[in-house]
Design a protein around this ligand. Structure first.
Ligand code: TYM
Length: 332
């Protein structure tokens, strides 16, 4: 049986990038007879400037959206990270396994630390140690497979390195996990800045489609997407025409086509954008509708999260206890 784990951070409203890059893979995974765990990783939202009330609101909304996307509580475990102590318990042991140098090399740390310094904000120590907590999230469950977008590849690589190092030093304790990415749309780009990832922290960004955007808003954002100058109609050229490539990827992800083949069907950008807008609206429509129903009963969502945390605790506890013994700590 394969163990699957993945998570989303409540730092902003979930985007089309989160949906196509990650959440859709999760919904597909929980159909299999595997053990799948999905987590709203709220502790990770505290690594940058945050507003407590907003984190609470976004955590609830993220959980509701995951259910609305089709995760079935009967087939998978959905929970909130801070409800299960094993994550932070294991993170410390992994901090004693990782090195300062390997954490400072993480691309996301370097980008976010630079942004915080430029904004005159302090860089929280937890921003540096974040990938260690992420490794703990994954390793605490004996995870084999981590379905994520392309931007998480380096963090999962670090997780693998830490698992292997810990096992070599202290005896076999952790499964060594593997990241999986969707075939298309593993990295959905910002519609206004197609060389940057579509990210949820750019809230209100005109280039970011949020999962809960109204159809008219989605359409406006897609129709205003930056395309590229150049003759020769619609062609897939990721280097020279990143804006068009992004639209073709999104269309392929929403309709099940193949980006290069889809390009052949268009003479101009206008028609392409109209089809992309419609495909995105139709992809998100059932999720938005179901979200409205579920949001009307917050008690129902809370019940799912409580049961999820209970189950997650039961799975993580023996793995983390084993790690405590292996590293040399006395049994209480
Ligand atoms: P987060 O919250 O930034 O994103 C959640 C998931 O969405 C994917 N994703 C994208 N995929 C394609 N295109 C995009 N533009 C895009 N933006 C986001 C991400 O790759 C991710 O799969 N560190 C993680 C959260 C985390 C985690 C974990 C994930 C914490 N612990 C353990 C897996 C396992 C993060 O910040 O994801």
């Amino acid at each position: 049986m394969t163990r699957i784990f993945s998570g989303v951070k409540p730092t902003g409203h979930l985007t089309l990038g989160n949906y196509l890059g990650a959440v859709r893979q999760w919904v597909a995974a929980d159909q299999e007879p595997d053990e799948a765990l999905f987590c709203v990783v709220d502790l990770h939202a505290l690594t940058v400037e945050h507003d407590p009330a907003r984190v609470r609101r976004l955590s609830r909304q993220a959980a509701t959206l995951l259910l609305a996307s089709g995760l079935e509580p009967a087939r998978c475990t959905l929970f909130v990270q801070s409800h299960v102590d094993e994550h932070t318990r294991l993170a410390y042991l992994l901090e004693c396994t990782a090195t300062d140098g390997e954490l400072r090399r993480m691309v996301q740390y370097r980008e976010k630390a630079t942004r915080a310094r430029d904004a005159g904000e302090g860089v929280r120590l937890s921003l540096l140690t974040y990938p260690v907590l992420m490794a703990a999230d994954i390793l605490a469950y004996g995870t084999d497979r981590v379905p994520v977008g392309e931007d998480q590849r380096q963090h999962v690589e670090l997780t693998r390195d830490l698992a292997v190092r810990f096992n070599q030093r202290y005896g076999h304790t952790f499964a060594v996990p593997e990241a999986t990415h969707p075939v298309v749309a593993a990295r959905v780009m910002d519609l206004q800045e197609p060389t940057s990832k579509m990210g949820k922290s750019g809230d209100a960004g005109p280039g970011v489609v949020f999962m809960l955007d109204e159809p008219a808003v989605v359409t406006r954002k897609v129709m205003r997407a930056v395309t590229d100058s150049g003759d020769g109609g619609v062609v897939l050229d990721r280097e020279k025409r990143p804006g068009v490539a992004n639209l073709l990827d999104i269309l392929a992800a929403c309709t099940g086509g193949e980006p290069a083949a889809l390009a052949d069907g268009y003479q101009g950008y206008g028609a392409l954008k109209r089809d992309v807008a419609e495909a995105v609206v139709e992809t998100l429509r059932p999720v938005r509708e179901r979200h409205a129903e579920l949001a009307a009963d917050p008690g129902g969502v809370e019940k799912v999260l409580r049961a999820g945390a209970e189950r997650a605790r039961g799975l993580a506890r023996p793995v983390v206890d084993r790690a405590y013994r292996a590293i040399g700590l006395l049994e209480p």
